[in-house]
Design a protein around this ligand. Structure first.
Ligand code: ADP
Length: 266
């Protein structure tokens, strides 16, 4: 593994005794590195569309006498601007969620209502690709937490399922008690699974897709217009609610994401 970083402090106790303090600062250094990488990533991701907009604005000005070219440049301005808007939106979302209390405004939330809303927010994108939504499982299960955060989490999973699936396939959302209760507390857990028949994820990427800005296939994911932040947001929301998120996937076979949340009892 990683070498341990130690900070040393030597202070005299009296004339012939010294106190030597060793402090493990590896974790501190790791967090500092994560923070620096994040800032570098954000700058890079914002610079790309801004650079494109500058070039496009110039091209647009030179194209006044060529309406067809002007039209093309204008629509690329539009798509670069939406990319930036999506990125800023996701960054704000992530920073809000990271700053949140562990248990956000904990209220009883009906999971089936969360799923219905998350699907509604993806309906247009699904219709454009002739993707059908299927909903299965128990009605009326409840968890404690923030309804808006939970909608965001399921919405992000469904939006990925749609984005990384070919046309005319199905995306299935299923809700129920997880097969095995929490091994420590025996508490019941609600499982929300989002399954697709899409491109799937290579084993080498599976561990990393929940990292901020990690995208499995840069070339391909670029064309889906995502930000690389969606799953990081899902993971934070799951953890904020005392749960977690898991994935099973194989290339060309599709993916199954499972959001596990402590069930509200009584
Ligand atoms: P993005 O904005 O790129 O979708 P995410 O954080 O939501 O960012 O996802 C990270 C990466 O994980 C994606 O770029 C993609 O490579 C992979 N991924 C996520 N969901 C799926 C899925 N349902 N099927 C295949 N790949 C997926």
């Amino acid at each position: 593994g990683e070498p341990t970083a130690l900070a040393v402090r030597i202070s005299p106790l009296n004339e012939d005794l010294y106190v030597i303090e060793l402090r493990d600062i590896s974790e501190f250094q790791r967090l500092e590195r994560v923070r620096r990488d994040f800032v570098a990533n954000v700058s890079h991701e914002l610079k790309t569309p801004v650079g494109a907009l500058q070039v496009l604005a110039e091209a647009l000005r030179d194209a006044v006498s060529d309406p067809d070219a002007a039209e093309r440049f204008a629509s690329r301005v539009q798509s670069e601007a939406s990319r930036m808007a999506a990125l800023v939106h996701d960054l704000l979302e992530l920073s809000r969620i990271q700053g949140a209390e562990r248990t956000p405004e904990a209220r009883p939330v009906r999971v089936d209502a969360v799923i219905a809303e998350a699907l509604d927010q993806n309906r247009t994108a699904a219709e454009l690709k002739d993707i059908a939504f299927e909903v299965k499982g128990e009605k009326g299960l409840e968890v404690l937490g923030s309804e808006s955060q939970l909608i965001t989490a399921v919405k992000n999973l469904v939006s990925n399922a749609v984005a990384y699936s070919p046309e005319s396939t199905a995306v299935t959302v299923e809700v129920g008690s997880c097969p095995t209760p929490d091994s420590v507390t025996e508490a019941r857990t609600v499982c929300v699974t989002v399954s697709d028949k899409g491109i799937g994820i290579a084993p080498k990427d599976l561990d990393r897709i929940f990292e901020r800005f990690y995208r499995a296939d840069r070339a391909r994911s670029r064309t889906t217009g995502g930000t690389g932040l969606g799953l990081a947001i899902v993971k934070h929301i799951a953890v904020n609610h005392g749960g977690r998120v898991d994935v099973r996937s194989a290339p060309e076979e599709g993916s199954v994401f499972t959001l596990m949340l402590p069930e509200r009892s009584g």
